[in-house]
Design a protein around this ligand. Sequence first.
Ligand SMILES: O=C(O)c1ccccc1N[C@@H]1O[C@H](COP(=O)(O)O)[C@@H](O)[C@H]1O
Length: 212
Amino acid sequence: MKLQVKICGITQTDQAIAIENAGATAIGFICVPGTPRYIAPEQIRLITQQLNVERVGVFLNADIDTIRETVEISNLNVVQLHGKESPEFCQALRSLNVKLIKALRIRSQEDLAQAQNYHAHVDVLLLDAYHPQQAGGTGLTIDWTMLKEFNPTCEWWLAGGLNPENILEALALVTPHGIDLSSGLENAPGDKNLERVHQLFTCLKSYQNEGW
Ligand SMILES: O=C(O)c1ccccc1N[C@@H]1O[C@H](COP(=O)(O)O)[C@@H](O)[C@H]1O
């Protein structure tokens, strides 16, 4: 199966198109007001109407009505839940008919064990690094050696501090179905560095050529 590559925290149309052309399979938008990469639904729509790949909205403890309205206005087809949303909440979101990603912030095997409560209710489990104050986009990495035995019954994607310098080291230790990158490809929050994006896809070509 081809590795899924989500690039998150997009705020500019030209960068979104360049990142899609570079090989991303999903483009992510931060729908969390008050955070540095936040982008309003009407602005997201202007970008998503130009895209042909998956269009992901990232939410943090939002209610179902807010998520539904944002999905409709923004023309999203994937929802990523990055807060303390319960398995029951994930199940309720199935009514929206979007692909559902649940992020778990991992600092221990106990955090990882939470995955078993979610895999029946979502399409993808996304493992991100834990930070005591910030919900995401922290640039912190997970201790990848903790994930060696991780093998849920649904797809799983790796996130947290990935960048062109460390991606091959991570993928030598674990074999996720997808990867998700944000701050490791930025000039500043919300402003992607396209040179680093191209460096990433050059690294990934060598990974795919090795038969993964
Ligand atoms: O990026 C943000 O600002 C953000 C805000 C609130 C929730 C999630 C957020 N980003 C997610 O964080 C991970 C990893 O980011 P990084 O590569 O470590 O910078 C990614 O899944 C983003 O969707």
